[in-house]
Write a protein that binds this ligand. Structure first.
Ligand code: MG
Length: 303
C-alpha cells in the first residue's frame, strides 16, 4: 500500500470517515508527549517533556491550562483502575502516581539499581504496571538530567503492586519506547526507537510483538517497520488494530501486521490516545501541538 504526504487520511476504511478533518486544537509546546484521556475531568492531559510542564485540554470549553509546572520531565501516563494517574518521570527516574495532585513514588529501582528514564506506561487488567525504560532522559539534556545507566541496558518492566515485585519482562528491545496490549492482553507491542541514538541507517525503527504467557513475554517478532522515522507511542483499538505514532503521522496496522492506512500529521508525532465522551476521538501529541481527529473506533477496553 503506497501513501503520499497530504492533508487527508489514507486508507483506514471503517476506522476514520473520509470527511474527518485533522484539527490543531492546542499549540505552543516544545515536545508534547504522554497523552491520556481523563473521563472525570473531561480533559486530555499530556506532558510538554522539554517544557517540563503537564497540561490539560478541556474538551467542553476547548481551553488549555497548565496542570502542573516544574514536573521533573514527566512523560507517558496511564489511568489506574482507581482513576488515579500513573506517570513516568525522567527526572526522578521512576514511575509515580498522581492522585488528585498529590504525587507519590510507585517504583524507583530494580535489584538496587535506578531505572534509566521510564518513558511510557500501561496498566493491565490485573492491576500490574508495565513500563519501558529507554535512556532518553539521561542522555538528552533537554529531557531530564545527565546520568549513568545503572543496569547497563534498556528493558520493559512489570510491577506487581500486590506483591511489590518488579520484573524485567522484555530484554531484547534496544530502546523500548511506547507499549500497548492487544484487547485480550495476549500480545504486548513494544516500540523500538533506537535509530534515534544511532547514526543514520543504524538502530531500530520497528514495533515488536510478544505473546504474553503467565506474565512472561515470549516469541518476540518484528510486527511493523516505520518507513519514515521511529515508532514512539501507540494504542490498540477495540478491533485489535495498532495505531502507532511516528515522524510523519499515525500509522495503523491490523493484528496480522498489514498496514491499514495512515493519518498524516504536519508535525513530528510522539504519541496518541483515544478519548472523549464516546471514546472515539483520537488525540495526537505532535511536537508543538495537539491534534484531534474523530474516528469510528475506540480504545480497546483495558479492564
Ligand atoms: Mg515515548
Amino acid at each position: 500500500m503506497e501513501f503520499k504526504q497530504g492533508d487527508t487520511v489514507f486508507g483506514l476504511e471503517g476506522l476514520v470517515a473520509e470527511s474527518a478533518n485533522l484539527a490543531n486544537i492546542s499549540t505552543g509546546f516544545t515536545w508534547a508527549e504522554g497523552p491520556v484521556w481523563l473521563e472525570s475531568r473531561g480533559a486530555l492531559r499530556w506532558s510538554d517533556v522539554v517544557g517540563n510542564k503537564i497540561l490539560e485540554y478541556h474538551l467542553a470549553s476547548k481551553t488549555t491550562s497548565v496542570y502542573r509546572d516544574g514536573v521533573e520531565y514527566t512523560n507517558g501516563r496511564a489511568v489506574d483502575h482507581d482513576g488515579s494517574v500513573i506517570q513516568c518521570s525522567h527526572g526522578q527516574r521512576r514511575v509515580e502516581r498522581d492522585r488528585d495532585g498529590v504525587i507519590e513514588p510507585l517504583i524507583d529501582s530494580w535489584m538496587g539499581k535506578k531505572f534509566n528514564s521510564p518513558n511510557d506506561v500501561i496498566v493491565a487488567k490485573d492491576g500490574s504496571v508495565w513500563f519501558t525504560d529507554p535512556p532518553y532522559g539521561i542522555i538528552f539534556p533537554t529531557e531530564g538530567y545527565p546520568g549513568e545507566r545503572e543496569y547497563q541496558d534498556h528493558y520493559v518492566f512489570r510491577f506487581d503492586p500486590k506483591t511489590g515485585e518488579v520484573k524485567a519482562v522484555v530484554i531484547d528491545v534496544e530502546e523500548p519506547n511506547g507499549l500497548a496490549f492487544s484487547p485480550d492482553e495476549s500480545v504486548l507491542y513494544v516500540a523500538d526507537s533506537s535509530a534515534l541514538t544511532n547514526e543514520p541507517g543504524k538502530g531500530n525503527n520497528h514495533l515488536r510483538a510478544y505473546d504474553v504467557v503467565d506474565t512472561k513475554c515470549k516469541n518476540g517478532r518484528t510486527f511493523a517497520v516505520m518507513e519514515n522515522g521511529v515508532p514512539d507511542g501507540l494504542r490498540v483499538d477495540e478491533h485489535g488494530n495498532v495505531w502507532v505514532a511516528t515522524f510523519d503521522g499515525v500509522h495503523v496496522y491490523a493484528p496480522d501486521g498489514s498496514q491499514l492506512g495512515w493519518v498524516p500529521v504536519p508535525e513530528k508525532v510522539a504519541n496518541l490516545c483515544f478519548g472523549g465522551p464516546n471514546g472515539n476521538l483520537l488525540f495526537i501529541t505532535a511536537s508543538t501541538s495537539i491534534y484531534l481527529i474523530e474516528t469510528l473506533t475506540r480504545q480497546a477496553p483495558v479492564r
